[in-house]
Design a protein around this ligand. Sequence first.
Ligand SMILES: [Zn+2]
Length: 120
Amino acid sequence: MAPVPRKLLDTLEERERHLREKISERRDALDVAARPLDPAGDVADKAFGRARAEVEHDLIEMSLKELAGIAAARERVANGTYGECIDCGEPIAPARLAVNPTARRCAECQAQHEKVSSAP
Ligand SMILES: [Zn+2]
């Protein structure tokens, strides 16, 4: 495996920083949305607050999953397996990594994987 391009590492780092910021913003938004409203507030307000809190919660979960993917990618960088398909061991196309730096499989194996399971 050729050395991992610096640009890809930068992309991972940037994405991670961005996600951490987003997560902290969303946690703040979640606090606000989950805060008990004025007891005199109407039912629609309360329902809106709950729906908003649920959306923020889901977005946080998604960001956390992506962060985990980035951490795993960094681990593969550290042990020299970054850019190798975890299924067939072939190098993942650089174009694919450029778009999706946390990709663990080549395009063919990913398509195959998605056919048999809905897990990432
Ligand atoms: Zn593969």
